[in-house]
Design a protein. Structure first.
Length: 136
């Protein structure tokens, strides 16, 4: 029987995958905050890198982004995708890995979902149902 550290576990990403994802998130945030990408749209629109999910082999990174106040989300995504090669090169120069991760930019919908759930929970009918069920 193999020791625990060598055994494959199916309970989520490894600590290394999470650590590299967070490192990539910080690097991309710094690049965008400093205005290193020579793109007028990205210079004018502050962008939050909310999460980076790395593949188990660390060759692919899904980057979740949200423009400040959600303004011009599609245009910002297009600008990021247009500048992917530059961003990949910049990240690869700062992260010590065997391969440079391919970046894929997606809109972070989690804020919209949370807002929708909050709105549903504040609905008078739902509030009434929740309050009537408390004493049960």
């Amino acid at each position: 029987m193999k020791p625990d550290k060598d055994r494959k576990k199916d309970n989520g990403p490894s600590v290394r995958v999470l650590r590299v994802g967070e490192q990539v998130r910080h690097i991309l945030s710094e690049i965008l905050a400093r205005g290193d990408v020579h793109d007028d749209l990205l210079t004018k629109h502050p962008v939050s890198i909310t999460e980076v999910r790395m593949s188990p082999d660390l060759r692919h990174a899904t980057v979740f982004v949200k423009p400040l106040l959600g303004k011009d989300e599609e245009a910002v995504l297009k600008a990021l995708r247009t500048n992917t090669a530059y961003l990949q090169k910049s990240v690869a120069a700062k992260v010590r890995m065997k391969y440079a991760a391919k970046l894929k930019f997606l809109a972070d919908e989690s804020f919209d979902e949370a807002s929708h759930i909050d709105k549903l929970l504040r609905d008078p009918k739902v509030v009434r149902d929740l309050e009537s069920g408390e004493g049960e």
